[in-house]
Design a protein around this ligand. Structure first.
Ligand code: ATP
Ligand code: MG
Length: 906
């Protein structure tokens, strides 16, 4: 049975028993404690915690999950994927243990022809919590499972809670016996690979007052409303129903594995047994490739991009592990372009958006592989050097302790060369070298803390989170920024230096919380509003506006006049000029984004943006620089949209509705149940956005792109000015053109030709000057030869040529030496001045050298006088210095040395 069919049957079965079908939440979910959704119940947490009331009593879903903790298990067990799908049925104060158990049994054991999964009930082994007699009795008496197939297990296996005080309760898990090929007999307590867990039923029954660890907690009493949360691994059941050994061999995963085997020339499975414990390393690598390629596809699909932190790092690690596994299998070419499309083709049956989005997804994945390939080239050399050195150090200390790379070395490899730590560990390990991992982690943490401290102090306006939570508990700020520029409000809290205060006095800086405000808090790339807050006798300038916790808007202010008291009535006034420019910039960002995608195609998706009055920048997925023509085209499309005076509107809807409309969501952001969709000209531009906007596109005014650059692999940035700032920018350019026209005396239209012409003439003139100088220099030569001295039998010329480059001095020396001929020993020394620095060149002829005179020695003597250095061969040498005033002295010393050398030889 295909995985897609298993999923269909699941939803049909639970729908027919009164469950509402809830679509999967994206892998990134609004939960600060979770990197990714890791269980079907995550989107339902607020209901289980009693924070929200669900609109259904029963719900069912097939939830996308990623468990980063299982990454090391991949390929080595038969049942762990990093990405997998969890089928769940949920009861909110409705049915409890009996129905949950009955329904699970029914779906699992009903024959396939009757719409079930058709598993043999004799091979199902339920477990229950040791004290949960109720569940035990249900399995034995209601379902009829023999008592010896029902295992009682303790808190570590069969109790569920969230790790904190709150709901908890026993669970009951269903295992399937895959038979003697997969391990030894004895039930789930003995072998969890042969007896594979497929479904976990959690009965939320108690209120826990304190939780100290998984197995150590206090039960306060029964919950008023009891809930059920179950999770069945879709891939695990698929592996059973498809008769394969593990979940890497099911229809949604195997084609990638198969393709990888073909590419690497490996015969998958022939050297492994059915149970995962006896797997050939090549097979494990192939499974890793198949699993990680699929997980990466799903993660990028849900908006994760590779990075060095958090979610981005998990993705990077998976992509790189996949590429590396291919290398270990002997494949060194680019692998992902071969593998990713295979995975997409398998997954699109259940996730059609993968097909539509594949251009973007693949671009990100391939760029990461390319980056990794470059990293491998540079990093491997550095790693190898470090490893060799570590081995040498170990050998020199007698080889007692094992060779080790320091935490600092590992950190540098990570920080400077993008070498992930696990790769360092793996590659060092292959050479028998250990890595100080705790040391590495410490350095990473320090780096992270520094970054966090920076971000936090800004976000919280230097207050502590506790203070904001307390203020938030009193009520959310009524956010009026979309409706008005000013409003009357009451001061609900004042904070100075992180503590609540009753008053902000004149001259002080602090934070103000109002019951309502028209100030826009920095978010979604738009910076905070500027303006003032007025109260009776007080005037406060708003310096910054942030939202440190959801629902609470905090104004950082400077009290310019009077004092502000808690409880006072104030007027919050946003500067209208400022706001208009801010709106222009934000709407302008949407316009540029739409124009980019129109010109470059839909894969040019925004990955980040920043806008402030008059200016915007936008980062987007793209691999190469934009040509001048493309930039002009984008500018043209953007300005045409401005000119068409398209209406700008905002509407609230659910996320699925917004997706349906094709609204662009900024990946990596989490959205509330109700999202705000901003449209410019209806479908022309449709984005999820909380920013402030103009009402008609014409209000954006002029829009001019000023720059385009790269900001990391696969991401480009465009910058633009809008409105008055665009005009000012253009005006400044026009003024520049006018000045240039004046300067070169040409009409603006002729400027290009004129400047080109001037440049050519300058070049010609320079060449002529050089020629003339050469002639002049050589003209001196004849005269200089006549002035050659006799120094103890050596014909000697010492000459200061003045303003002359090193090359020219050299040319002159060679010319003079030639003219002196080889009839008698001769030495030529010439100094020059190039860019303010003295140069000296000395040449000797063969007879002079026979007499022991070497040009190199003479240059050294001269250069030391000039305060510099130099050298060369015995026949020709050059040097220089810094003291131009000493060239005369330097020449004298050369002459003197020539004399000394000759007389010493006699
Ligand atoms: P195991 O002990 O086998 O790792 P678990 O106890 O972590 O499983 P639960 O947290 O109870 O599993 O998750 C509910 C169901 O989700 C499991 O019964 C299983 O079918 C499935 N599941 C859990 N982890 C994975 C995984 N990494 N890959 C595929 N399916 C999984
Ligand atoms: Mg697990």
């Amino acid at each position: 049975m295909e995985t897609a069919e298993i999923r269909r049957r699941w939803l049909r079965f639970f729908e027919s028993t009164g469950h509402s079908v809830v679509p999967s939440a994206p892998l990134i979910y609004d939960d600060p404690n979770l990197l990714f959704v890791n269980a079907g119940m995550v989107p339902f947490k607020p209901y289980f915690l009693g924070q929200q009331t669900p609109q259904w009593k029963r719900a069912t879903s097939v939830q996308k999950c990623v468990r980063t903790g299982d990454i090391e298990e991949v390929g080595k067990t038969s049942r762990h994927g990093t990405f997998f799908q969890m089928n769940g049925n949920f009861s909110f104060g409705d049915y409890f243990k009996r129905e949950a158990v009955e329904m699970a049994w029914e779906l699992l054991t009903t024959s396939q022809s009757d719409g079930g999964y058709g598993l043999d009930g004799e091979r199902l082994w339920p477990t229950v919590f040791k004290d949960d007699d109720e569940a035990f009795d249900l399995w034995r008496d209601v379902i009829g499972v023999p008592a010896d197939r029902i295992t009682r297990r303790d808190e570590n296996d069969n109790y569920w809670h969230m790790g904190v005080a709150g709901p908890g309760g026993p669970s009951s898990e269903i295992f399937f016996d895959r038979g003697p090929d997969y391990g030894v007999e004895g039930g789930p307590a003995v072998d969890e690979d042969r007896y594979m867990e497929i479904w976990n039923l959690v009965f939320m029954q108690f209120e826990l007052s304190e939780v100290r660890s998984k197995a150590d907690f206090d039960v306060a009493g029964e919950l008023p409303a009891r809930n059920v949360d179950t999770g069945m691994g879709l891939e695990r059941i698929a592996s059973l129903l498809q008769g394969v050994d593990n979940l890497y061999e099911i229809d949604e995963v195997f084609p990638v594995l198969d393709r990888a085997a073909e590419m690497t020339g490996k015969k998958y499975g022939v050297h492994s047994r059915h149970d995962a414990a006896h797997s050939h390393p090549d097979d494990v690598h192939l499974r890793v490739v198949a699993d990680h390629v699929r997980s990466s596809l799903m993660l990028i699909g849900d908006g994760v991009t590779p990075g060095n932190e958090g979610r981005g790092y998990v993705l990077r690690r998976m992509l790189r592990r996949a590429v590396r596994a291919m290398r270990l299998l002997g494949y060194e070419d680019k692998a992902l372009p071969e593998l990713l499309p295979v995975s997409k083709d398998r997954m699109k049956a259940s996730y059609p958006e993968l097909e539509a989005d594949f251009a973007r997804i693949s671009q990100i994945a391939y760029a990461e592989e390319d980056a990794f390939r470059r990293t491998l080239v540079s990093g491997t050399t550095i790693l190898d050097t470090a490893v060799t050195r570590a081995k040498q150090t170990q050998a020199s200390t007698g080889g007692q302790s094992p060779a080790q790379l320091s935490g600092a070395q590992a950190f540098q490899l990570h920080d400077t060369y993008g070498f992930p730590i696990d790769l360092t560990l793996e590659m060092a390990g292959e050479q028998g070298v250990q890595v100080d991992e705790p040391g590495f982690r410490r350095l990473m943490q320090e780096q992270r803390d520094r970054a966090k401290a920076d971000a936090k102090s800004k976000k919280a306006g230097h207050g502590s989170t506790e203070v904001w939570k307390e203020l938030r508990a009193a009520g959310a700020t009524d956010f009026q920024a979309y409706q008005a520029l000013s409003c009357e409000a009451t001061v609900s809290g004042l904070v100075r230096d992180g503590a609540l205060v009753e008053e902000l006095g004149q001259g002080s800086t602090g934070q103000v919380v109002l019951d309502r405000t028209t100030f826009y808090a920095e978010s979604g790339g738009q910076i905070a509003d500027e303006g003032v807050i007025r109260a009776d006798g007080a005037l406060l300038k708003v310096l910054d506006v942030q939202r440190p916790v959801k629902g609470l808007i905090v104004h950082t202010v400077e009290v310019q006049e009077g004092a502000l008291l808690k409880g006072a009535t104030v007027e919050a006034e946003v500067d209208p000029e400022w706001r208009l420019s801010a709106c222009q910039a934000h709407s302008g960002t949407h316009v540029v984004h739409a124009a980019l995608r129109q010109v470059l195609g839909p894969s040019a998706l925004q990955s980040g943006s920043y806008n402030k009055p008059g200016y915007l920048r936008l980062d987007f997925a793209w691999n190469q620089a934009l040509s001048a023509e493309t930039r002009s085209e984008i500018e043209e499309v953007a300005n045409a949209a401005v000119r068409r005076d398209l209406p700008v509107s905002a509407a609230y809807m659910t996320l699925p509705q917004a997706r349906e409309l094709g609204a662009l969501a900024l990946f990596g952001e989490t959205y509330d149940e109700q999202v705000r969709v901003v449209e410019i000209g209806g479908p022309w531009s449709r984005e999820l956005c909380g920013g402030t906007h103009v009402q008609h596109s014409s209000q954006v005014g002029a829009l001019t792109l000023t720059g385009e650059s790269s900001v990391g692999s696969g991401v480009r940035r465009v910058e633009a000015f809008v409105g008055m700032d665009a005009l000012r920018y253009l005006a400044a350019e026009r003024a520049l053109v006018a000045e240039l026209s004046q300067l070169v005396k040409a009409q603006p239209g002729e400027l290009k030709d004129r400047v080109g012409d001037l440049l050519k003439r300058v070049k010609d003139a320079e060449r002529q000057v050089a020629e003339l100088r050469q002639q002049h220099v050589l003209a001196q030569a004849g005269e200089l030869v006549g002035q050659a001295k006799d120094v103890f039998g050596v014909r000697y010329i010492g000459h200061d040529a003045g303003e002359l480059s090193g090359d020219e001095v050299r040319g002159l020396v060679l010319d003079l030496r030639g003219r002196l001929g080889d009839g008698a020993p001769s030495v030529v020394a010439v100094t020059g001045l190039s860019k303010g620095r003295p140069v000296v060149v000395v040449g000797t002829n063969p007879l002079a050298r026979e007499w022991g005179i070497r040009a190199g020695d003479l240059v050294k003597v001269a250069a030391s006088t000039l305060g510099g250095g130099g050298g060369g061969k015995p026949d020709l040498a050059q040097g220089g210095g810094s003291d131009a005033g000493k060239v005369g002295e330097a020449l004298q010393r050369i002459e003197h040395t020539v004399g000394e050398t000759v007389t010493a030889g006699r």
